[in-house]
Design a protein around this ligand. Sequence first.
Ligand SMILES: Cc1cc2nc3c(=O)[nH]c(=O)nc-3n(C[C@H](O)[C@H](O)[C@H](O)COP(=O)(O)OP(=O)(O)OC[C@H]3O[C@@H](n4cnc5c(N)ncnc54)[C@H](O)[C@@H]3O)c2cc1C
Length: 403
Amino acid sequence: MTDLIVVGGGPAGLMGAVAAAERGKRVLLLEYLPAAGRKLLASGAGKCNFTNILEPEEMAQRFVVNDRFLLPALRNFSSAAAREWFFRRGVPSFTEDGFHFFPESRKAADLLNVLLDECRRLHVEIRLRSEVQEIIVKNGAVCGVTVDGKAIYSDAVLLACGGRSYPKFGATGKGYLLAEKAGHKLLPTVPALVGLKLKESWGSSMPGIILPSAQMRYGKRSGRVGELIFTHSGISGPAVLDLSGEVNKALLNTPEVQLHLALNAEYSKQDWQELFQKWRKENGKKQLSTLLAAEFPAQFVQLLLELSHIPADRKAALLPAQEQNTLLNNLTALPVTANGNDGWLKAMATAGGISPEEVKANSLESKLVKGLYFAGEMLDVGAPCGGYNIQWAFSSARLAAGR
Ligand SMILES: Cc1cc2nc3c(=O)[nH]c(=O)nc-3n(C[C@H](O)[C@H](O)[C@H](O)COP(=O)(O)OP(=O)(O)OC[C@H]3O[C@@H](n4cnc5c(N)ncnc54)[C@H](O)[C@@H]3O)c2cc1C
């Protein structure tokens, strides 16, 4: 008899196994791939941005889901606690920008090795190439799992199977089916932290062009200010990724979603108006395109003038009010139409999955099945880019397993 069976050897599963074993529990971890932590190794381009500077309260507000669900886990094992935990085990972290934290060695493998070493030290049994096919539930309580048709018994199971993105790292989505069979409702899953395809043909006409301080708006929600990168099929980059999961959820019900882009979010409409006035006075003889090229890549300026119906040789002093208005609107809220995304092979996370409404926030135990716990990306929490996903994997796992 095992005290806890952990399904999945990603950051959530490994940290959950360690947290339970620290409390003297006998833990069995089952991982379907030949090695644990494949996605963790690839994270942050191999450097692993595993957390950020934010305190739990502020961090929780940046997720899509209500912060009441997140706070017990994030307070129980905060960003500061995660950094301290790895530091004490020989992996100091560092931040270049004062926000994102990485292992000082810039190697995701160092984090994984600590987790694996702790598993060894605490006698966690890890079985690789072991795909869990079913959760055994009797009378509303967990009794174990099946692997290769054989039952393994335990009255506690932690599901930490991850999502669907990057299937080559084990994210097949099969974990969701285990929860579904056990009685949980599965919210539709879509790629998140992923580039979006645009309907506008100009959207794919300048791959590689970058707007350094753009912001994407979707309805009332504003994404982060950051780089927006034009791709072969649309837009990507930090300014796009955080809201992409929500946009893709909407695309399940409608073929197109209207978005607006602030092309330089550091400038308000009034700032642009003042700049136009200054240009008119001081650089009236210069072409608008030359002046705008100080703000944006030249190829993009050409397009912006076309979209604003302004002749390419328009002088700054001779900009008619109507043209100026159109330009202002496009600079601050250029309408674009999302009609798809770059797919699971490129998405860094999953939106949708296990609904937090069916899970107790203070223990992450299922409200439907006694002894069934959840951690990590399986839960539909909507973590943005920037160390939130791995911090959530660690925090949720320690809350779910460390009691
Ligand atoms: C390219 C890339 C870069 C990323 N960079 C960052 C970053 O820098 N910072 C950040 O915070 N996040 C990053 N993420 C997201 C982050 O890696 C994930 O959110 C995180 O790994 C989720 O952890 P998890 O343990 O929940 O799931 P996973 O890491 O996906 O682990 C789940 C494990 O469960 C196993 N499994 C699934 N089903 C079964 C089953 N039935 N039986 C047995 N085992 C099973 C899988 O094989 C897998 O090993 C990145 C993601 C990608 C794809």
